[in-house]
Ligand binder design. Structure first.
Ligand code: NDP
Length: 334
């Protein structure tokens, strides 16, 4: 079968493309401009005509994906803005919602052969700041960020603007499915990852060109930081495990209609400093000082094991080792 992957030149999507190709699928990658094609063509050259690209210049335009969805059996919608420098929250919210709805509308309009749509949402659409530590599940929705953005607009925290875009886009997708349930011939799977780390295969010539999460990982391991920052954290998943989850979400019939958290566990940055290869001159902090951490936020990843059939997630040691090796192979100095 053929699978459309949007935002194919991004950190996560590039791994989704590779995992799909390795599993024997044909892939059509959608990118915003022709300039994003060369590196991808080179990366996936060995797969021959199993990999093709299409340019979709503006995902917020009506009918933007009409051509892209033609003749595909499934869609992995990964493209969405993830940065923390939006003034107007609509810089994030509009492409997040309209990209999601647009692709569903294009698939519906053309009565394509699409059997399944998978959307990369986020734990940002799940977590809330609670007074006590909490383990969140797929039943939880982040109402806080949307409320903050509604009340404060441009003055909302940057992270809240991004989180609101993910909540609203995911809700729009589920609402679309409900509204069109008698017409659609596919089912929807939503994946909700926390922070995503790991080596990159998309175009990242310099550390500055890394996407938001990989960039933060690089900064935290290579630059001095305060004890307070080293003892702050979140939850995480390796980008390769997330890429594989996108294939499992396509393959497993029982995933249809499900919202699924894809998380390897909780961390504070000191844990990564402890897990990083000892041979590297990285920041070290105070080794072992995080062992009694009480994590404010955790996720119940049971569904990812039971429904997706993920056997085990990569460990921090493996992710840290491979990520640092990747920086080294690129000749990055720190
Ligand atoms: P990247 O920034 O590497 O990739 C984002 C992709 O989306 C790029 O292809 C980018 O295209 C595209 N994109 C961004 N804004 C627009 C827009 N306005 N119109 C069209 N395309 C756009 O980030 P990630 O790979 O990390 O993110 C991919 C997805 O994963 C996103 O949906 C994100 O919300 C989600 N996610 C990421 C997490 C993480 O920790 N990294 C955690 C949880 C979810 P271009 O290169 O042209 O800008």
């Amino acid at each position: 079968g053929k699978v459309l992957v949007t935002g194919a030149n991004g950190f996560i999507a590039a791994w989704v493309v590779r995992e799909l190709l390795d599993e024997g699928f044909s892939v059509r990658g959608a990118v915003r401009s022709a300039s994003k094609c060369a590196h991808l063509r080179e990366t996936f050259a060995s797969y021959g005509d199993k990999f093709e690209l299409i340019v979709v210049p503006d995902i917020t335009q009506e009918g933007a994906f009409d051509k892209a969805v033609e003749g595909v059996d499934a869609i992995e919608h990964v493209a969405s803005p993830f940065h923390l420098h939006a003034d107007d929250p609509d810089e994030l919210i509009r492409p997040a919602i309209h990209g999601t709805l647009g692709i569903l509308q294009s698939a519906l309009k053309h009565k394509t052969s699409v059997k399944r749509v998978i959307i990369t949402s986020s734990c940002a659409a799940i977590l809330q700041i609670e007074p006590e530590p909490k383990t969140f599940s797929e039943f939880d929705w982040n109402e806080q960020s949307v409320q903050e953005v509604t009340e404060k607009g441009r003055d909302a925290a940057q992270m809240s603007k991004y989180r609101a875009s993910k909540v609203l886009a995911e809700k729009a997708a589920w609402d679309f499915m409900e509204k069109h349930k008698s017409e659609v011939e596919w089912d929807l799977v939503v994946l909700n990852p926390p922070f995503v780390f790991g080596p990159t295969i998309h175009h990242t010539p310099t550390p500055d060109s890394l996407n938001a999460s990989a960039r933060q990982f690089y900064t935290m391991l290579t630059e001095e930081s305060t004890p307070a920052i080293r003892h702050s954290g979140s939850c995480w998943v390796d980008v390769r495990d997330l890429g594989r989850a996108h294939v499992l979400a396509l393959r497993r019939p029982e995933a249809g209609g499900e919202r699924i958290i894809v998380s390897a566990g909780a961390f504070v940055w000191q844990d990564w400093l402890d897990a990083a290869p000892k041979s590297m001159s990285l920041q070290r902090g105070v080794p072992g000082s995080s062992k009694d951490t009480i994590h404010q936020i955790r996720y119940d990843a049971t569904k990812s094991f039971e429904v997706l059939g993920i056997g085990a997630y990569r460990s921090m040691e493996e992710t840290a080792r491979d990520t640092v090796a990747d920086w080294k192979a690129r000749g990055w100095e720190w």
